[in-house]
Design a protein. Structure first.
Length: 238
């Protein structure tokens, strides 16, 4: 029942993300933590996000800005590895509080929209470092990576595919590290893959109904919910 619930929650999270423009993975993270524990929550979510990013990467493969992707990965991959190592050795309570704090920070960045990079090359290096570290340690650094890629002025398809390519690279690296250090079993791997498939379906469903929703208000509701969940995890550590 727990795993069926996780698959359903993945669908809902992807639907929320597709409709509100953000928040899906962040909203799913505390749910996964509660269901399977902080020890494997981030690795399982990493697998789920890997599938979604692979599909976005494939959709715009011909328009990927490989030079910018390379610059981003120069700092993102080493810091993602460092964050993944930190996740594997830190106590559960500290990991949970880190996840809660990251939830709040990333939501505030998205809502306030004060995070701006002025130089494309510098944005790739700095944004890659911050995104990689947060992604490895707490599962997501998406809003920072998105802000970095916005400085390039890419067409929509190229922007989405290029950002997804960096995310895919980080998720593959993290999956290898988590499998070695955290000791993921077959059940955890299959759960992550099933959640990823559900997220693809949820994103598709959101695209069918998004025009009927009041996007601004819905984004505010998602932001408030994420901050409440993040505050609970930050304070109580579990």
């Amino acid at each position: 029942m727990i795993y069926a619930f996780l698959i359903f929650a993945s669908f809902i999270a992807a639907f929320v993300s597709g409709a509100a423009g953000f928040g899906g993975a962040l909203l799913l993270l505390p749910v996964v933590t509660a269901c399977v524990g902080a020890e494997v929550a981030v690795p399982v979510l990493t697998l789920a996000q890997l599938i979604g990013n692979l599909s976005r990467m494939a959709f715009g493969f011909r328009q990927i800005d490989w030079k910018s992707v390379g610059l981003f990965c120069v700092t993102a991959l080493p810091l993602a590895a460092l964050g993944a190592f930190g996740f594997s050795v830190l106590p559960k309570e500290i990991v949970t509080r880190c996840i809660g704090g990251v939830l709040i920070v990333l939501v505030l960045i998205k809502v306030v929209r004060k995070l701006e990079f002025k130089n494309g090359k510098r944005a790739m290096l700095i944004g890659g470092a911050a995104t990689g570290l947060l992604s490895g340690l707490a599962g997501s650094g998406g809003p920072i990576g998105a802000a970095a890629f916005l400085t390039l002025g890419l067409p929509p398809v190229a922007y989405i595919a290029s950002e997804a390519t960096t995310a895919t690279a980080m998720h593959i690296l993290k999956t290898v590290i988590y499998s070695k250090l955290v000791g993921l079993n077959l059940q955890a791997l299959l759960t992550g893959l099933a959640m990823g498939a559900a997220m693809v379906i949820g994103t598709f469903a959101a695209n069918r109904v998004i025009k009927k929703m009041e996007k601004g208000k819905f984004q505010n509701y998602v932001a408030v919910l994420l901050c409440v969940v993040g505050a609970y995890m930050l304070i109580f550590g579990g």
